[in-house]
Design a protein. Structure first.
Length: 318
């Protein structure tokens, strides 16, 4: 038997020594090349130049080749688990500088902090309004997309079942009220790259969805985005100015959903959010923000399609 044979990789003929794997041969002939990744590991097939020829061809092996699952290197382990490592949290102090009604049951609260907090779109923070228990809230932008580097913009829900902080807005919590911030919190933050981006939010869950969508339009203007936003009452769909901006920048697939049909505008569809989240693909990336039942239902749909899903849980009453 000949000690070498021919192999075609990406349309190029490669000479392979007996006992070499196709990957080793392709690396040796420069068809693919290793490069150093973000975390110091080597990513195959992404090199700008071919790898160097191996120093010594292995023409023969003293013993038969044994097929086994290789143990991952430390560099590979750090790459796989890099995203699991929690982000470092920081603490800031600030005051309430703006309280603006956005809709029938939603209010916008702006907290100005002493120094900018390093967070990604979709991250949450723990906010402790003086005299009240801490709450996990999602920093976002104003509906017109504006904010300052030292501002944190929150959307809070009002009503009989709202959190104590939201209930106290305009009464015990006024302009100048002290607030302590700790964050970031959560893993639902925006990650550039990947397939189609599906953004799903219910009621004040629109806050992190708006932050992610705005960032994605600037960072990845060619990436396909699908937005599905829902509420119990059509009057709580307060985010229309933001959705108009997304449409103007090329996001054509935007769906509004409301549970109640009374006073439902023609562009608002009935039914649950999941009924309008169809055609999921394995390459999709889903961000969902809302109550536990909404997040859980979307996670099940994403898992069934094999799509990546990043949940952002909005605490009850917020």
């Amino acid at each position: 038997m000949s000690a070498r044979c021919s192999l075609v990789v990406n349309g190029k003929a490669v000479r392979v020594s007996t006992g070499d794997t196709p990957l080793e041969a392709a690396l040796a002939d420069g068809v693919i090349a290793p490069t150093t990744g973000l975390h110091g590991s080597h990513l195959l097939g992404q090199g700008a130049s071919p790898s160097s020829r191996r120093a010594q061809a292995r023409l023969h092996r003293a013993e038969p080749v044994k097929l086994s699952t290789p143990r991952p290197s430390k560099a590979a382990e750090s790459l796989v688990f890099a995203e699991v490592k929690p982000a470092a949290q920081a603490r800031r102090v600030g005051t309430v500088t703006q309280i603006v009604p956005l809709g029938a049951h939603v209010v916008e609260v702006v907290v100005t902090i002493t120094r900018r907090l390093d967070i990604e779109p979709g991250h949450q923070v723990t906010a402790a309004f003086e005299g009240f228990d801490p709450i996990d809230v999602s920093p976002t932008l104003r509906l017109d997309g504006t904010t300052e580097l030292n501002e944190l913009v929150f959307h809070l829900r009002l009503g009989h079942a709202c959190d104590a902080v939201a209930h106290a807005l305009g009464e015990e919590i006024l302009l100048g009220h002290p607030v302590k911030i700790k964050g970031p919190v959560g893993r639902g933050y925006y990650r550039p790259g990947g397939g189609r981006l599906l953004l799903v939010g219910r009621e004040t869950g629109f806050a992190p969805i708006w932050a992610i969508a705005r960032a994605a339009r600037y960072i990845e203007p060619q990436r396909e985005i699908v937005v599905v936003i829902g509420a119990s009452d059509p009057l709580d769909l307060y985010m229309r100015p933001s959705l108009d901006w997304l449409r103007a920048t090329g996001v054509s697939r935007i769906t509004l959903v409301a549970d109640r049909t009374r006073q439902r505008p023609p562009d608002v569809r009935p039914g649950p959010l999941t009924a309008h989240l169809t055609g999921l693909k394995t390459t999709d990336v889903v961000h969902v923000a809302g109550d536990a039942s909404t997040v859980g239902a979307v996670e099940v749909l994403a898992a069934g399609a094999g799509a990546r899903c990043y949940p952002i849980l909005i605490p009850p009453g917020l």
